[in-house]
Design a protein around this ligand. Structure first.
Ligand code: SF4
Ligand code: SF4
Ligand code: SF4
Length: 346
């Protein structure tokens, strides 16, 4: 018998379509910007007209979580909101807030890397290449990301003074981070291709290879999600131990044994809840112990959408989305282009 909440899978699929469409548009605009930038380099083919550069789309700053962590540190220390990648910092803070409220909602509903890794592992299962590791190996696999997170937090919160971080945020390396995101992929080197190939192959072979094993962003969100009042609960009396939930859980959690699925690896994707065939066996609840209150499954994705949508509207209306610093950089680059363009080959 199919699960009674299959609409949750469709809801998540719609989230995925919307996120991928928005990112595809942003990456397309970034590609146009990269071409413009390459066209102005001395010696490059001057294929780009001397028009004003297309703006770098703020959404691509979501791919700079390291900068966002530094920006958060600087902001917490009272040095102001990062003016270079404000959209990246906004998305990062929204993801943290989402975790505190609604588990790892960012991983479940927004992160395209998570979608990609899940899709690759689905392919691996279809080709009978994917193997589910045992509990001990699963636990060992999940350790490197905490080590990476600890190193990052130590560096950003202990090793470097916030004032120095603020100076670095305004420096040339950081200013070019968003606009240079595509460069390594347009002329890939072995330093990029080898680790990328390992991550992709690992994701095909082992469920959650990247997300569970190495992503420090996911580790941080998982630790914050420990405080989330929302969680999937299992009613032992209604459970038939068919294990459908466990088989389809992308984090490979033993849902069929849990009372409350509340560990840091649970992404809150609600796939288990959607596929459970027993009515009322798996439910979304808010709270702890006997006082936990049952909620409809759609509340969790709705909360995630409200947090991200609210953060976006706040950022746009308060001038924390488009970067004034990058706009000025673009203007200066355009002036340089106009000045040197006559010297470039036709
Ligand atoms: S663990 Fe990292 S890569 Fe995976 S979905 Fe979460 S943020 Fe994205
Ligand atoms: S919770 Fe129990 S009944 Fe529901 S899918 Fe899991 S094992 Fe089957
Ligand atoms: S336990 Fe359920 S909600 Fe958590 S990751 Fe697994 S399928 Fe998703």
């Amino acid at each position: 018998m199919p699960g009674r909440s299959l609409y949750l899978l469709r809801l998540r699929a719609w989230f995925q379509v919307a996120v991928i469409a928005a990112l595809a548009g942003a990456v397309g605009r970034l590609y146009a910007y990269t071409l413009w930038l390459w066209g102005q380099a001395p010696g490059a083919a001057a294929a780009v007209p001397p028009a004003a550069p297309p703006p770098v789309p703020p959404l691509v700053e979501a791919f700079l979580p390291g900068q966002a962590l530094a920006g958060a540190r600087v902001w917490l220390a009272g040095h102001g909101f990062d003016p270079v990648h404000p959209a990246g910092l906004t998305i990062f803070l929204a993801a943290l807030a989402m975790s505190l409220l609604a588990r790892r909602g960012f991983c479940a509903f927004f992160c395209p890397v998570g979608y990609l890794c899940e899709g690759l592992n689905r392919l691996g299962r279809r080709l009978s290449l994917s193997r589910r590791p045992g509990r001990l190996v699963s636990t060992l696999i999940s350790l490197p990301k905490y080590l990476l997170l600890a190193l990052l937090l130590w560096f950003v919160f202990v090793q470097v003074a916030p004032a120095d971080l603020a100076v670095w945020l305004l420096g040339p390396a950081n200013k070019g981070a968003a606009s240079d995101l595509l460069r390594p992929f347009l002329a890939p080197s072995a330093n990029l291709l080898i680790p990328l190939g390992l991550i992709l192959a690992g994701s095909v072979l082992v469920p959650g290879f990247w997300c569970r094993g190495f992503c420090p962003y996911g580790a941080l969100l998982g630790l914050l999600a420990l405080f989330s009042p929302l969680a999937v609960w299992r009613d032992r009396k209604k459970c038939t131990y068919c294990r459908r939930c466990t088989r389809l859980c992308p984090a490979r959690l033993p849902v069929h044994e849990a009372r409350r699925v509340s560990g840091p690896e649970c992404r809150g994707c609600l796939k288990c809840l959607a596929v459970c065939p027993e009515p009322g066996c798996l439910t979304l609840r808010a709270g702890y112990g006997a006082g936990a209150r049952r909620l409809p499954g759609w509340v969790l994705p709705l909360l995630c959408a409200l947090v991200m949508g609210g953060a976006y509207l706040w950022a746009v209306n308060s001038g924390h989305w488009e970067s004034p610093v990058l706009a000025e950089e673009n203007r200066l680059r355009h002036l340089l282009y106009q000045q040197f363009q006559p010297a470039l080959p036709p």
